[in-house]
Design a protein around this ligand. Structure first.
Ligand code: BGC
Length: 369
């Protein structure tokens, strides 16, 4: 139901938006070398900018290489940049400005801080470039044209459900004691993942079937700044000290991604506690190994190869003056506008379905044998 409505609205909204976007670029460029008969689009060998955040998880590491090769194979010039490890916001702002100055026709951005890019994306729009938010939404600006990502709310729901399923499999009857973790507060995805998971967990918390051992349920308390493993490990260490003295057990931990899941497991094992059910996301090599070894319970498969290929597909459509495919025009309100989105379906992975889930992934498939 939700999907069919979305599709109908999407077609209309995307058409209107695209007309606007291409009209702007035509005015400036006259679209020399464009494929399209009516002069929309831009030259086939144009520069495409890709500004990625720092390498806080494996998906970002993979994305850089895939964008470089994917855009080059499609005939474009590619400028792919990562924000540095410490001065991420300023780095990314400067990188985007430089892409605009160099005349990039499309700028794909994995935001390091959702709310700190309004000036740079305005600059991009003023120069007639199309702005695509990649994986993470850019907020508080009218100057983002499209959003492409895996369905983040669904990711959260799958994590919440996996946590419940995993705990039930180990201990059929509750109440189960858990802790909640969420991602970096400057990443728009963090709240969406958390809200998705809480949609599953909250009714069980309200009924008393699930108990939050520390009582920390507010996203401000659960957030892990910078998606950093050391921050997650520190928070878990202090929760164990303050709320899990004596024989008190911890049945599960909602972890928003694999990097944090492994840090949480390190902390729990260091404290000599039994391994709880811990969720994750990203299908990182070390986490897939941990799942196969029976430690981390679940991860999410968001195949970066697919997401990058779809994004390059969007760029190709824009180059020809065509409308990129959109399948959601209501979920991603960035505070100023609802950004037309293309969302891919995430897949939950546990030890049970890992071999099947990674069958087409040459790096992960061997780990499941
Ligand atoms: C991505 C996750 C990733 C996290 C940390 C999020 O925006 O969607 O896949 O784990 O950033 O890098």
């Amino acid at each position: 139901m939700r999907t069919s409505l979305i599709r109908t609205v999407a077609a209309v909204g995307a058409a209107a938006l695209l007309t606007l976007g291409t009209a702007c670029s035509n005015e400036r460029e006259g679209a020399a070398g464009s494929d399209s008969a009516d002069g929309k689009g831009f030259a086939k060998d144009s520069l495409i900018g890709v500004a990625l955040p720092s390498k806080t998880s494996e998906n970002w590491v993979l994305a850089g290489g895939l964008f470089t090769s994917g855009l080059k194979d499609a005939g474009f010039k590619a400028d792919v940049q990562y924000a540095g490890a410490s001065t991420t916001v300023a780095d990314q702002q400067a990188q985007i400005s430089s892409m605009v100055t160099k005349g990039a026709k499309v700028i794909v951005i994995g935001a390091t801080d959702a709310s700190q890019l309004a000036t740079q994306v305005k600059q991009a729009k003023d120069e007639g470039a199309v702005v695509i938010a990649y994986d993470r939404l850019i907020t508080n600006t009218p100057d983002v044209d499209y959003y492409i990502a895996f369905d983040n709310f669904k990711v959260g729901q799958l994590q919440g459900q996996a946590l419940v399923d995993g705990m039930k499999a180990k201990k059929p009857k509750g109440p189960w004691t858990i802790e909640l973790f969420s991602g970096s507060p400057d990443d728009n995805n963090s709240k969406v993942f958390f809200d998705g998971a809480m949609q599953v967990l909250k009714p069980l918390i309200d009924k008393g079937d699930i108990v939050i051992g520390s009582g920390q349920t507010d996203i401000k308390q659960t957030a892990i700044q910078g998606w950093k493993a050391e921050n997650a490990q520190q928070r878990m260490d202090s929760l164990l000290t303050s709320a899990y003295g004596g024989k008190k057990t911890l049945d599960g931990v909602l972890s928003p991604n694999d990097t944090l899941a492994r840090a949480i497991l390190t902390s729990v094992k260091g404290a000599g506690k039994p391994v709880p059910v811990v969720t994750g996301q990203d299908s990182e090599v070390e986490s897939v190994k941990s799942i196969m070894a029976g430690e981390q319970y679940s991860t999410i498969n968001k195949d970066t190869r697919k997401l990058v290929a779809e994004t390059v597909g969007m760029v190709k459509a824009l180059q020809k003056g065509d409308k990129p495919t959109i399948n959601d025009t209501k979920s991603y309100d960035n505070g100023v506008k609802v950004v037309p989105a293309y969302l891919l379906p995430p897949v939950i992975v546990t030890k049970q379905n890992a071999a099947q889930a990674y069958a087409n992934d040459p790096k992960l498939a061997p780990l499941t044998k």
